[in-house]
Ligand binder design. Structure first.
Ligand code: UD1
Length: 421
């Protein structure tokens, strides 16, 4: 199995080009199911999760041409509407095919995603949303079986809890429904916004894009038409991760191809820790703090502080001058990086969903294990600042979401190599 060997303690310098956002690309790939014409996607990140979803679409019968950052997807040839366990078990986000398959074909079967390292992550809200649009849903042999014999009908969907994937599935299901669907308490993440803009341009008119109240005018069974290539927005989590790399290694790093509006909370937190920035339109340079100040973080839905940046900030906070408090409000088990960071010499204490990060003078290289995608990047960040060599095992988690990580880090001077054990 591959592992990363990182020799830490070096100052880095240079430019990193940020890739397209995995979490924007996934629902957009799923949304291509709503069209019976070929759709071209650009600026895709070259990561495993994208290849997994493209494989699922190909298994359904779509014609998929994929090269590095581009894909041409033609869903006119779909013959199956069953998303099998083999794929869904690899990637939970496969559940995103539920809404579009049901919307276009009036029935589908999607394997239940099962457990997940960062918590229970149920899909009850996805199911409630399609039921509100008239689908009959049953659970059979580990599959969600959804049927809407006469097609979906617009209705009001009120989410009890803000859910990114649930909102995405709801808008995709509503896109080809008859009549108008209103979604209350919708997620406002930039990835949801890009999906809505795509559907809107494809013929399902959407009001309130970017707000928590969306109104979707369904096409009444008419497939959507995406005429222009769709350029995936920059990955705000990848960008935030490289800013954390700069902060902890005390390095000046410039990020290219970023949307700085999407990373406002990360910028503000790093400013409060003593870092400064030069911000241009789609470029940002971080100037490190002389001494890292402590930070207090509470994760929240967008535009709040993203849960997907919690682990990386925890890594940076280990070397701050005072104790930091980090509260995780979205996922109940998203602290698995704590014990691994402590193996690198950090001093982090957990009480419920709050981590107290006590300052240490230095981190020291050790063997550690990646547990989930963002937890893995926290270990990389810590390893880059740690004295000596760190070996990070189970890096398939990183490969799911970080495009060419070693290449990008090596380019700015980091000593990172991928090895096989
Ligand atoms: C997406 C992101 C993930 C990010 C998360 C929160 C993708 C592919 N993944 O995940 O990186 O960490 O948003 O920003 O975009 N919930 C329920 N019932 C449901 C659905 C969700 O209770 O049916 C709960 C979840 O357990 C969690 C909260 O709602 O506590 C938010 O989850 P959600 O926004 O749905 O996350 P994902 O879409 O899975």
């Amino acid at each position: 199995m591959d592992y990363l060997e990182i020799e830490g303690g070096y100052r880095l310098n240079g430019e990193v080009t940020i890739s397209g956002a995995k979490n924007a690309a996934l629902p957009i790939i799923a949304a291509t199911i709503l069209s019976d014409k070929a759709v071209v996607l650009k600026n895709l990140p070259n990561v495993v999760d994208i290849r997994t979803l493209l494989k699922l679409l190909a298994m359904l019968g779509a014609k998929v041409e994929h090269s590095d950052t581009e894909a041409k997807i033609d869903c006119s040839s779909i013959t199956s509407t069953k998303a099998v366990y083999e794929i869904v078990a690899q990637m939970r986000a496969s559940i995103l095919v539920l809404g579009p398959l049901l919307g276009r074909f009036k029935h589908c079967e999607v394997s239940l995603p099962g457990g997940c390292a960062i918590g229970q992550r149920p899909i009850d809200l996805h199911i409630k949303a399609v039921e509100a649009l008239g689908a009959e849903v049953s659970l059979e042999h580990g599959y969600v079986v959804a049927k809407a014999k006469n097609g979906l009908k617009g209705n009001k969907i009120i989410f009890d809890k803000i859910t990114v994937g649930g909102t995405e599935n709801a808008v995709m299901a509503a896109a080809m429904a008859e009549g108008v669907t209103e979604i209350v308490n919708a997620a406002k993440e930039p990835e949801v916004v890009q999906l809505c803009e795509m559907l809107d341009m494809g013929g399902a008119k959407i009001e309130g894009i970017g707000s928590s109240r969306l109104k979707i005018h369904g096409t009444n069974g008419k497939p959507l038409e995406f005429k222009e290539p769709i350029e995936i927005i920059p990955d705000r989590i990848e960008a935030g991760t490289y800013l954390c790399v700069g902060a902890i290694t005390k390095s000046e790093i410039t990020l290219k191809n970023v949307n700085t509006e999407h990373i406002q909370t990360s910028i503000e937190k790093l400013e409060s820790m003593g870092c400064s920035f030069n911000i241009k339109k789609d470029e940002i340079t971080i100037f490190p703090a002389k001494e890292l100040e402590s930070v207090n973080i509470v994760t929240a839905e967008y535009p709040g502080f993203p849960t997907d940046m919690q682990a990386q900030f925890m890594a940076v906070a280990t070397l701050a001058n005072k104790e930091s408090l980090i509260e995780e409000r979205l996922f109940e088990n998203r602290f698995m990086h704590v014990s691994e960071l402590n193996r690198l010499g950090a001093d982090i204490w957990l009480k419920g969903n709050v981590a107290a990060v006590r300052p240490v003078k230095e981190l020291i290289g050790a063997e550690v294990m990646a547990t989930d995608l963002r937890a893995s990047s926290a270990l990389v960040i810590a390893a880059l600042a740690a004295k000596g060599v760190t070996k990070i095992r189970r890096i398939y988690h990183l490969d799911r979401g970080y495009d060419r990580l070693e290449e990008k880090l090596s380019k700015i001077g980091a000593k990172v190599v991928r090895k096989k054990s």
